[in-house]
Write a protein that binds this ligand. Structure first.
Ligand code: P6P
Length: 343
């Protein structure tokens, strides 16, 4: 028997030996992984597949949608309608939740996704990705009634039962957690199968690499400016070491680098839109990425509190994100709390 561990074998072992995931969740994850394979084929076609460019439409965020945004969203919806494990879905590309119609098999789970994150990179051939998060339907609140409503989704990130992303880059890699660490699966295109290429992924607690969009510096709050200034001061500064900067402007790619070699990713609040807590979305970007990072030994806060403890009030709410190597995230968070004390 091949010593290669497939996604199915990994999930069956998580189900049987660790008793961590029920069969329905295992099958749901496999449906999502198959959808990511299909998205990867469309992404890889690029100009040859006539899938590049804008679709002349806007999503709920008011952002112009790329053709591939819509294709990826449709692939995930269609795959999961027949999957039989979902009660409802929510997507960055859809205004409201999609309750699985009665004509399809119903399930216990809620799936949220950003079908294609980093869309601005599609036309310039830079890595993009699909981010997903799975919750269980709520039964803890009598006010929550069937059929499923948006209120079912408004659970803190610590309630997730599965989370992951698929990065469409030089390799197509699925990165997943079901609460037993982080595993990475690389797509074997000849076989069309996901092969376990790394298990128990660990983020170093310290780093010399930060990721932030420096062009927004003049808009940052003082704690973020203090942290970045100290990084830029290098060996001669208070940190006593030189730092490197990376910014791919594709969260999936930046987080994948951090899971692979450490670092800190920051998309903080800034004064361009003072009434918005940040640019990134809590439910289908910050929560899944935050859980993955924590499962790999890192940390994820909004600058003041753990992202996974935040109780959502809106499906598409935004959040400030500081995540990655634990000691760096703790330092940025400390700077925010010190600034609050003197405010
Ligand atoms: P900016 C992509 O649009 C995204 O949502 C994240 O993937 C990425 O980290 C961020 O926005 C990039 O934002 O302002 O640098 O283009």
């Amino acid at each position: 028997m091949s010593n290669k561990i497939s996604l199915t074998r990994y999930l069956v072992e998580q189900q049987r030996t660790h008793g961590r995931i029920p069969p329905e969740l295992r099958l749901l994850i496999e449906v999502v992984a198959r959808a990511c394979k299909r998205i990867s084929i469309s992404v890889n076609k690029g100009a040859l597949g006539e899938v590049l460019g804008s679709a002349e439409s806007e999503n709920v965020q008011g952002e112009v949608q790329k053709k591939l945004d819509i294709i990826a969203n449709e692939v995930l919806i269609e795959a999961n309608e027949w999957g039989g494990h979902l009660a409802a879905m929510a997507s960055e590309e859809m205004d409201s939740i999609y309750v699985v119609p009665n004509r399809f098999p119903q399930g216990e789970y809620l799936l949220m996704f950003d079908p294609l994150d980093g869309s601005s990179n599609i036309d310039v051939n830079v890595s993009i990705g699909t981010i997903f998060s799975v919750l269980r339907k709520r039964h803890d609140d009598p006010k929550i009634i069937d059929p499923v409503s948006e209120a079912d989704f408004l659970q803190p990130g610590r309630q997730q039962v599965a989370a992951g992303y698929c990065v469409y880059g030089p390799q197509t890699t699925l990165v997943l957690t079901v609460g037993d660490g982080v595993a990475m699966f690389t797509l074997d295109r000849e076989q069309g199968s996901w092969v376990l290429t790394q298990d128990q992924v660990t983020i170093p607690e310290d780093t010399k690499e930060f990721a932030i969009n420096m062009s927004n510096m003049r808009h940052w709050d003082t704690p973020v400016k203090r942290y970045i200034d100290e990084c830029l001061a290098g060996q001669e500064g208070p940190r006593g070491k030189d730092f490197n900067m990376r910014w791919i402007a594709s969260m999936v790619a930046d987080v994948h680098r951090i899971l692979t070699r450490g670092g800190v990713f920051m998309y903080p609040w800034d004064k361009r839109e003072p009434n918005k807590p940040g640019k990134l979305r809590l439910m289908y970007e910050a929560n899944p990425m935050g859980w993955l990072v924590e499962q790999a030994g890192g940390a994820a806060t909004n600058g003041r509190e753990r992202i996974l403890d935040m109780v959502p009030t809106q499906l598409h709410q935004r959040v400030s994100v500081i995540l990655g190597s634990k000691n760096e995230v703790d330092l940025v968070t400390r700077y925010h709390l010190e600034a609050d004390k003197t405010a």
